[in-house]
Design a binder for this molecule. Structure first.
Ligand code: HEC
Length: 154
């Protein structure tokens, strides 16, 4: 009996070592970028965005969680927020570069903003443990979301 329970315990300890927190497992780099006025004209790391993936990221309730604050023209999404302007038509109101800057770090435009900086790690407070030292969105994810927002022309 004793042997069996020891084996079980060793198994549990082994299992515990398999779980490396994501922050340690994946190092996500912050892209270098240049802001011009209220925009970041060039794609982060020169990457091309995919609007289908971008829409998924916007709807995702775990990571992006945009719909906790914003409304967006997506079907079958009840419980959209009203703390922020609707994203409907945002691709007509703002250029791709303006959208990119707002996602990377809206606090550059409004230091008191409610909107999280999605691609920044320095100087943030109130960051959930799993996002310490890693941005919420990678450069590729920023480009994907920008690509989808740019399709929202009306
Ligand atoms: C906690 C609330 C919150 C979350 C979450 C949030 N935003 Fe925002 N967002 C705002 C607010 C508030 C503004 C208005 C500007 C301001 O107050 O700084 C804004 C502004 C914007 C703008 C500019 C809109 C315009 O018409 O000028 C865009 C684009 C945008 N958000 C996209 C997003 C996307 C995409 C996500 C998810 C990846 C997101 N936001 C998540 C609160 C939020």
């Amino acid at each position: 009996m004793r042997g069996a329970s020891q084996g079980w315990r060793a198994g549990l300890i082994g299992l515990a070592f398999c779980f490396v927190p994501p922050a340690l497992a994946t190092e996500v780099r912050i892209a270098t970028f240049e802001a011009v006025g209220d925009a970041i004209p060039a794609p982060l790391d020169g990457l091309a965005g995919d609007s289908t993936r971008g829409q998924k990221l916007v709807r995702d309730r775990e990571t992006g969680n945009c719909l906790i604050c914003h409304q967006a023209p997506v079907a079958n999404e009840p419980f959209q927020g009203d703390l922020a302007p609707s994203l409907a038509g945002v691709g007509g109101r703002l250029s791709v570069g303006q959208l990119r800057l707002r996602l990377v770090d809206q606090s550059k435009l409004n230091p008191a903003t409610l909107m999280p900086a999605y691609h920044r790690v320095d100087g943030l407070t109130r960051v959930a443990a799993r996002y310490r030292n890693r941005p919420v969105f990678s450069a590729q994810e920023i480009e994907d979301v920008v690509a989808w927002l740019a399709t929202l022309k009306e």
